[in-house]
Design a protein around this ligand. Structure first.
Ligand code: ZN
Ligand code: ZN
Length: 255
């Protein structure tokens, strides 16, 4: 079974904290340049830069990584969860539900940063006015159920970080929470994830959480699977049919 490199937590300029250089087309091109086979774009509570990212990948052709639509959704407990989908339609359905449950109010670009919806030519289409940095009023457990009901995968983001993580906000991974994987941030060693897992047997991922182009693929997962696809990723996270998360890499340690 071949190995594929995957960075499953990338932001674009649509996230208020995202750099201007991280346009959807720029992120896809950079991912191709650093040799990633599979990426997920996960802006805060939105997928509005996915159409441009998918178009950019289409134009790059063979050289492009497979781009999965995702969101980094914020629960009522201020826990960040990655919702990964195989299909933009499902991701848009999830986004509509998230928008219905997002804190009311408008983004203040001077405080939080601009939220740029771009096209595949790196042109500004519009500025998203929502409070994307805010939390939804849905619990982590409710969000995981809703992700699964749309066929998505639910990953607890940066479990090792004190802020905005399950362990940081709740002190533990609730035993009943049906996660598909947990993510360890680049600041920690994913091989030491047991420290945060407290006995739970879950697939461990590490992704860059890149907010600028230079961070894309800084850390990545080595996924043993038949091909880069959402279905294969789901099998790898479940450790089924010979697919698995075989290990992790750091670009600065690659020869
Ligand atoms: Zn986060
Ligand atoms: Zn993030």
């Amino acid at each position: 079974m071949p190995l594929f490199k995957a960075d499953l937590h990338l932001h674009t300029c649509l996230s208020p904290c995202g750099g201007f250089d991280a346009t959807p087309a720029g992120v896809v091109a950079r991912a191709a340049e650093v040799g990633l086979d599979l990426i997920a774009i996960c802006d805060h509570n939105t997928v509005e830069n996915l159409p441009a990212a998918l178009e950019a990948a289409h134009r790059l052709g063979e050289a492009a990584p497979l781009v999965l639509p995702g969101l980094e959704v914020t629960s009522a407990e201020e826990v960040h969860l990655l919702a990964l989908f195989g299909d933009l339609g499902d991701a848009l359905t999830f986004q509509a539900m998230v928008y219905d449950h997002l804190q009311p109010g408008e983004n203040n670009p001077d405080v939080f940063g601009m939220q740029i919806v771009a096209n595949a030519e790196d042109e500004v289409e519009e500025f998203n006015p929502r409070l994307l940095i805010g939390a939804t009023d849905l619990s982590a457990s409710d969000l995981v159920s809703r992700i699964h009901s749309l066929g998505g995968l639910a990953v607890a983001a940066h479990l090792d970080r004190p802020a905005y993580s399950l362990v940081g906000q709740l002190g533990l991974i609730p035993p009943e929470l049906a996660l598909d994987a947990v993510e360890i941030s680049p600041r920690s060693d994913p091989a030491q994830a047991g420290a945060w897992l407290a006995g739970r047997d879950l697939a461990v991922l590490t992704s860059s959480d890149a907010h600028s182009l230079d961070q894309v693929g800084a850390v990545y997962n080595k996924l043993e699977m038949a091909r880069p696809s959402f279905v294969e990723l789901a099998l790898a996270l479940a450790g089924s049919e010979g697919r698995r998360v075989a290990g992790w890499g750091r670009r600065d340690k690659d020869a």
